[in-house]
Design a protein around this ligand. Structure first.
Ligand code: SIN
Length: 342
């Protein structure tokens, strides 16, 4: 057999860029807090990583050039459509999205529930701009492509490659405003790691995602306004003002970021019960950052028609609630079963 016949074809990985610090520019390489996100093109980011050549054939596309704090519904819808279209192509084996760190966890979970493919989808980002000293983006991007090209990453839902770790989309959350290792997966832990070209998974994803997800947005275009869902925080001295204002503005759903195990200030709880009585879907999550919210624990969910977010943080609970309401599933029993499944 000739050397050519035994030569394995490199996988093809699509890299979609959306902006973020990974594409950010700082006027002074020593400054990592004041800079402009989303400046450099995907081609420029990729050209800084010659080692990619040995890993995969790259197909690159610039989807947006934003600071992810400004992300809107239209970008989520665009990403889902583009990812699904690309992954249906036989010549694409996996896909990477370069994103900002600030809302990465929300986009990752949105795609986890709306992408219909078993092929790897890996988000990555950076804490230091592209032009900063010791910028972390290039190695994160290299690791993300390595993961997206790896057969072990198939059928695990949407993944995040960051600081040598592999996180699941449902569990990952940003835990530091400045540290290079800025993400964690509290409670469940990371899925595995990537280092020097090696990929190792240590645990499975158990909740439903991608191919098992009931959420389909194929028929929705970028002009479509997703159901309005806002997050309200419970805190010392909380009042009903925000909830009443939202209800008067015809909000569809509210996620409350409760204290502790999803407990809610007595004034806010009454306002949420009244909102529910007027048809607003209300989900109880926690502002704590790890742990779960027990149904009928710190609040009488059955009596008030509320739903417990379980282990989903308020930002991800908002994603799931938007998708449920998009499908017309706003009643507490149905909603609770979705929160128990996803
Ligand atoms: C952003 O989220 O786009 C800016 C911040 C970052 O990427 O770290």
């Amino acid at each position: 057999m000739s050397a050519d016949a035994t030569h394995q074809k490199r996988p093809t990985v699509a890299v979609l860029a959306t902006g973020g610090t990974i594409a950010g520019d700082t006027a002074d390489a020593t400054q990592t807090a004041s800079y402009k996100a989303g400046v450099f093109s995907v081609e420029r980011l990729l050209s800084a990583i010659p080692a990619l050549d040995g890993i995969a054939e790259i197909y690159a596309e610039q989807i947006a050039s934003i600071d992810s704090k400004d992300l809107d519904d239209a970008l989520w819808i665009t990403l889902t459509h583009r990812v699904n279209t690309l992954l249906m192509q036989n010549n694409i084996d996996g896909l990477v999205i370069a994103h900002g760190t600030d809302t990465l966890e929300e986009t990752a979970y949105w795609l986890h529930l709306t992408v219909a493919s078993i092929k790897p989808v890996v988000l990555t980002a950076a804490m230091r701009p592209f032009t900063a000293l010791s910028a972390d983006g290039s190695l994160n991007l290299l690791n993300a492509v390595t993961l997206a090209a790896h057969p072990d990453a198939v059928a695990r839902g949407v993944l995040v490659a960051f600081a040598n770790r592999i996180h699941g989309a449902r569990d990952i959350t940003k835990i530091s405003t400045y540290a290079v290792d800025a993400f964690a997966s509290p409670e469940s832990g990371i899925l595995g790691w990537i280092q020097d070209g090696r990929v190792e998974f240590q645990r499975l994803v158990t909740r439903a995602h991608t191919m098992q997800s009931v959420f389909k947005i194929n028929a929705i275009d970028t002009q479509y306004a997703l159901p309005a869902v806002q997050i309200v925080v419970s805190h010392a001295g909380a009042s009903r003002l925000v909830v009443d204002t939202l209800v008067n503005a015809r909000i569809c759903g509210i996620v409350v970021a409760g204290t502790g195990n999803g407990s809610v200030h007595v004034r806010l709880q009454q306002a949420l019960a009244d909102a529910r009585a007027r048809g607003v879907a209300v989900v109880r999550s926690s502002r704590v950052g790890s742990g779960h919210v027990m149904r009928n624990g710190a609040a009488p969910d059955d009596a008030l028609g509320l739903v417990s977010a379980g282990t989903l943080n308020p930002y991800k609970a908002r994603v799931l609630l938007i998708l449920a309401l998009t499908h017309g599933w706003g009643e507490p029993v149905m909603l609770q079963s979705l929160f128990d499944q996803y």
